[in-house]
Design a protein around this ligand. Structure first.
Ligand SMILES: *Cc1c(COP(=O)(O)O)cnc(C)c1O
Length: 377
């Protein structure tokens, strides 16, 4: 029998009290009982997104809310700026192009962070663009972008700022309203500690003005429908009732803990994870590391094997690199229901796998480095 440890940057482990909610019998969704739950969830999401605006819940993975943002804000032929620094940022460009939207790039090499002044330049050179699309924590590389700074820049223009927080929300300080972010999308299976299957989106008044003019085709993702149903605490289509009931529980946990306290916990875990990687002689990857996932470079010859062996021999799932980074980095998550002990398990097994693959490693070194950080925290 093998015990599994999920240390991947999504999906993340589900707390038992949340998993139990996912096991309850299904409610009917056109009832007062469900409406009460949905209302509570919607209020809780406002807290998590730190916004006064409504947050809509969609039945899809995170990418569904990304597509919803594109099709509700834009029309064919519109221009947008995409500031990408990795796989998920690139997804904005792919979605936009598949709808005939013109993309102006303010993107950087994977591993770097996007440059606010480059976005400013692109906005000046292209004053008619409708929106700037970027990513908060770029999970594929492990960096965090300076959304606050980008918000100040975009706020002065007619364009709206659209940010993907699928992995960062709940894990690291993010403030929708204060940072002048017009549209924020997220998902259920990372910081929110649920099974995959829900996505979220919130829009500012400035963004709703664009929605009124948008001509791109849409039906299931038409946010006007979600806005209308929201008035009666409903969703336009049958919602994943199970996940919404469970979301009520995970939001309750987040509120009890307090967002600031949660952020501090992940900050400490991130610090410990970085210390662990460095103790193993693995160079950290990413210009400005985020606090929800830690990436480090690994020798290419064994990169894929590390991830595979960890899972197959020890039941520990971490992630490797995506796209061009395949086999070149490993990614260790510390978001959602991942705690100090999980991190220590991950590092101790990582050491064993490295030894088995012929890497010179002093056993216990990364664990001790992480422990020292955690003890001080
Ligand atoms: C996981 C993730 C997504 C969405 O992925 P889905 O598989 O569609 O849920 C988007 N952006 C970022 C930054 C992510 O980490």
């Amino acid at each position: 029998m093998k015990k599994y440890y999920l240390l991947t940057p999504g999906p993340t482990p589900i707390p038992p009290q949340v998993a139990l909610k996912e096991a309850l019998p299904i409610l009917h969704h056109r009832t007062n009982e469900f409406a009460e739950i949905y209302k509570d969830v919607a209020e809780g999401l406002r807290y998590v997104f730190d916004t006064k605006n409504e947050v809509y819940t969609i039945a899809s993975s995170g990418s569904g809310a990304m597509e919803a943002a594109v099709v509700n804000l834009l029309s064919a032929g519109d221009g947008i700026i995409v500031a990408s620094c990795g796989n998920f940022g690139d997804r904005w460009e792919k979605i936009a192009k598949s709808y005939g939207v013109k993309v102006i790039s303010a993107s950087v090499e994977w591993g770097k962070v996007v440059v606010p002044s480059e976005i400013e330049k692109a906005l000046k050179a292209n004053p008619n663009v409708k929106a700037v699309f970027t990513t908060f924590t770029e999970t594929s590389t492990g960096v965090v972008n300076d959304i606050k700074e980008i918000g100040k820049i975009v706020d002065k223009t007619n364009a709206v700022l659209v940010v993907d927080t699928v992995s960062g929300l709940g894990g690291q300080e993010f403030r929708t309203d204060d940072w002048k972010v017009d549209v924020v999308v997220s998902g259920s299976q990372k910081g929110l500690m649920l099974a995959p299957g829900l996505s979220f989106i919130t829009l500012s008044q400035k963004a709703w003005k664009l929605v009124e003019k948008s001509q791109l085709p849409k039906f299931y993702f038409d946010l006007n429908k979600y806005k209308k149903s929201f008035l009666t605490n409903e969703t336009p289509f049958t919602p994943p009732v199970t996940l919404i009931v469970a979301l009520q529980e995970s939001i309750k946990m987040i509120r009890q803990k307090g967002l600031e306290n949660l952020w501090n916990e992940y900050k400490l875990l991130a610090k410990a994870a970085r210390a662990g990687m460095e103790a193993l002689g693995l160079e950290l990857f990413g210009e400005v590391p985020c606090e929800v996932v830690t990436s480090a470079k690994v020798p290419e010859a064994i990169g894929g094997k590390i991830v595979k062996n960890l899972r197959e021999k020890y039941g520990v799932s971490i992630a490797g690199g995506q796209g061009d980074l395949k086999g070149k980095i490993i990614r260790f998550a510390h978001m959602g229901y991942i705690g100090k002990a999980d991190l220590l398990v991950g590092f101790s097994c990582l050491e064993m796998v490295l030894v088995e693959l012929g890497v010179k490693v002093e056993l216990g070194k990364s664990v001790a480095a992480a422990q020292n950080v955690l003890l001080k925290g």
